[in-house]
Design a protein around this ligand. Structure first.
Ligand code: 3H9
Length: 708
């Protein structure tokens, strides 16, 4: 261990009458056991020393304190607990000042709220984001925030998980003083000395009265009732949001110490919930996906100017993402009319923001100044990076890449936004396959977080790291994927969609399947997604694959029959559902059910009943089994890459952590047993992945591969 690692994570030193307590626990000063113990010792030292008149808490590095150490959740608790530390801090007979210059989140803000005075610098970010981890503020935050900022504002802060700027935090009552600059120590010392000069006394948040009259109390409780009703609707199966409101209610109804006890009990319930495990897994998984083998080998290439080929929905969405990331973008289309449409597609996004009051005309003009429309490839000779987003056809894409090879400067990164085509073949159309990579954006590309970075055989490592750097600039969640039909996401999707089709033909209606999938936590079921995306897209893919489909594989034709009627979903007013008068929520369609019946009859299928649980067992088993195959083939680096793909791009409920985490929590032996049971009906489709069999045989789970 280096000496830096051995240095105490909490250090104290005297500066005049002030005991400076600085927390130095990189990267974010999380409140691990050593920090908690250090803080407790520091406050005891201050109280015991008559020469100390004030305590100043500061964080070293970029953060004040980013909260509890998330890695400790789920492990046995080691004292002192954070509530104990916060209570001790608040009880101090010296004045305690927190000087906040960076993130003060979760437990970090709870420490600050237990201090007697709070100072913030411009880069401070204050928030109680525990809800994002399936938790609630568990170190007094649910009792202290309402006392400082009002019950409703505190509940909203805790429910949203939002970070407040220094200014907003002051306006909300969380911060007493704002100071310019970034020197928390100097500003904190000045403030502490100023307070001492004024003879300021310890000022304890716990002593602030809330809702003192019958009227204010009733009003606060009524506000919480309304918030609870809204939250129950919005939080869709999430456990902690309603517990947060219960805590806020306790802040109004109970004395402080009883409120704390209530918070503790509810925090423990949240901590022990599987949702917490799923959400914490998601938090770390999203940070792990950028850790790729190429990162050690190669620094990214420089890029500032980029080109986007194609101004359709995808090309325009990518252009907006790039412009928002501060890049200069040249958009190429084949003729004047198409480029005008491309530009209009880009402007539409910004005009929408202006209409909602979220952007000014000036800001739009400043962004559009970095946008250049063009109909000539020669105008992109000097760009650093190109993203092709033309029609999804191998020959069309190869022709584009031949042109790019002709015009682009040496060393330019050439990326294709294909969603399933063979990128090795696209790279082979150029004389520089080492520069060619896949960037699979999801629609709408300016909104969806997922970016599959698809790594073909001959690509240079620094092109891969450049793609990850681009993702970071665009604030996307990048996942490294290998080349295969559909990469990680669409390949697995194709298989569980097939499972849904089988369930439909065997007896469940598309509506029952969608309902089961929604009840599992997805925002939409697979047939609703088809209707939203347009049934014609999948139909074209099925036709393309027809020639190579295994004749022994079961094939359900219901979707083809639906498409043959011209029912492509929302855009045509009907698909699997009816959308009368442009409705966005579909209604069940008896004619679709008649098609399903006719197909069952034609195939001699006697329909049987499926419970929601049976539907989900099959749906998830298909997903996990294909996920295991994707891992085995090296298409995904780790199970967590699959999890992040589905969380960020396919609506998988975040609190379940992703399909592979779900499988670990359900138990791999159970998932395998399901697959083996289903294989009795269709051994070809339900062929267990050897990796899944191996893990079960060894008594391991997918997570063991994340750590390997
Ligand atoms: C809580 O406080 C509960 C209490 O109420 C009650 C307790 C009784 N712990 O995000 P980044 C790591 S719940 C451990 O890439 P950024 C992170 O994994 C907590 N590790 O940087 C990464 O590690 P690596 C409430 C943490 O600059 C590295 O730090 N707090 C923690 O983009 C850098 O992170 C939160 O939910 C942590 N708390 O963003 C805040 N936080 O380098 C969660 C981060 O190995 N954190 N790491 O990949 C954040 O929102 C962001 O990390 C932050 C920095 C804004 C702080």
């Amino acid at each position: 261990m280096s000496s830096a690692a051995e240095a105490p994570v909490v250090q104290t030193r005297r500066d005049g009458d002030v005991l400076v307590v600085s927390i130095n626990n990189p990267p974010v000063n999380a409140l691990g056991q050593a920090v908690r113990a250090g803080l407790l010792a520091a406050i005891e030292q201050a109280d015991a020393d008559a020469a100390v008149r004030a305590v100043l808490i500061v964080g070293e590095g970029k953060a004040f304190i980013a909260g509890a150490d998330i890695r400790e959740f789920g492990k046995p608790a080691v004292p002192p607990s954070l509530p104990e530390v916060c209570n001790r801090l608040e009880a101090s007979n010296k004045i305690v000042v927190a000087a906040i210059h960076g993130p003060a989140l979760g437990g970090g803000l709870e420490v600050a709220m237990s201090a007697h005075y709070r100072l913030a610098l411009p880069a401070a970010k204050l928030g109680l984001p525990e809800v994002n981890l399936g938790l609630l503020p568990g170190a007094g935050g649910t009792q202290r925030a309402p006392r400082l900022m009002g019950v409703q504002a505190a509940a909203e802060l805790m429910l949203s998980g939002k970070h407040l700027s220094a200014k907003a935090a002051q306006a909300a009552g969380l911060v007493d003083k704002l100071v310019e600059g970034n020197d928390a120590l100097a500003a904190g010392l000045a403030y502490a000395n100023e307070l001492l000069a004024q003879n300021a006394r310890p000022r304890r948040t716990r002593d602030i009265a809330i809702a003192t009259t019958e009227e204010t109390r009733a009003a606060a409780l009524a506000e919480l009732d309304a918030l609870a009703a809204e939250t129950a609707k919005k939080s869709r199966g999430l456990f902690s949001p309603l517990k947060i409101i219960e805590c806020a209610r306790a802040a109004v109804e109970l004395p402080f110490d009883q409120g704390l006890a209530r918070e503790r009990a509810l925090f423990t319930e949240c901590l022990n919930s599987p949702q917490r495990a799923g959400l914490v897994h998601a938090f770390f998984a999203e940070r792990e996906t950028a850790k790729i083998p190429e990162a050690k080998a190669a620094a990214p290439r420089h890029f500032a100017k980029i080109a986007v080929i194609g101004g359709g929905t995808m090309g325009a969405g990518i252009t907006v993402s790039a412009l928002d990331a501060g890049l200069a973008v040249t958009m190429i289309e084949r003729d004047a009319e198409s480029i005008a449409r491309g530009q209009a597609n880009v402007e539409k996004v910004y005009n929408g923001l202006i209409a909602k009051g979220r952007m000014t005309e000036e800001a739009k003009a400043a962004i559009m100044a970095r946008y250049t429309p063009s109909t000539s490839y020669d105008s992109i000779a000097d760009v650093d990076l190109v993203i092709e987003a033309v029609f999804e056809d191998l020959e069309v894409k190869k022709a584009v890449f031949k042109e790019l090879d002709r015009v682009c400067k040496s060393g330019a990164v050439l990326a294709t936004n294909t969603s399933y085509l063979d990128i090795d073949a696209i790279a082979a159309a150029t004389s520089r396959p080492q520069d060619v990579i896949g960037l699979h954006f999801f629609s709408p590309a300016n909104i969806m977080k997922l970016l599959e970075i698809v790594v073909p055989a001959k690509v240079a490592p620094d092109v891969v790291t450049t793609a990850f750097e681009l993702a970071k600039k665009m604030k996307k969640v990048p996942v490294r994927a290998g080349v295969c039909d559909g990469f990680i996401g669409n390949r697995i999707l194709a298989v569980y969609k097939q499972a849904a089709d089988y369930i439909m033909e065997d007896g469940a209606s598309p509506y029952e399947i969608d309902e089961a999938v929604r009840a599992f936590g997805y925002p939409m079921g697979p047939f609703q997604v088809t209707d939203l995306a347009g049934g014609d897209i999948g139909w074209a893919t099925r036709k393309r694959r027809a020639a190579t489909r295994d004749p022994k594989a079961r094939y359900v034709e219901v979707a083809d029959r639906v498409c043959e009627n011209g029912w492509f979903g929302q855009k045509t007013g009907r698909g699997f559902y009816l959308y009368p008068q442009g409705a966005r929520v579909g209604q069940a369609d008896p004619e679709v059910l008649a098609i399903v019946d006719a197909e069952r009859a034609r195939k001699g299928v006697v329909p049987r009943k499926f419970t929601a649980d049976e539907i989900m067992r099959r749906y998830m088993a298909a997903m996990v089994n294909e996920g295991a195959k994707v891992l085995e083939e090296g298409i995904a680096l780790r199970p967590l890459d699959i999890d992040v793909t589905f969380l960020s791009g396919y609506g998988f409920p975040r609190w379940r952590g992703g399909p592979m985490k779900w499988a670990d929590m359900a138990g791999l032996p159970k998932v395998l047993a399901d697959i083996e049971e289903f294989a009795k009906e269709d051994a070809l489709f339900w062929k267990p992945a050897p990796l899944l069999q191996k893990l079960v045989a060894e008594g391991k789970d997918f997570d063991s591969l994340n750590k390997a």
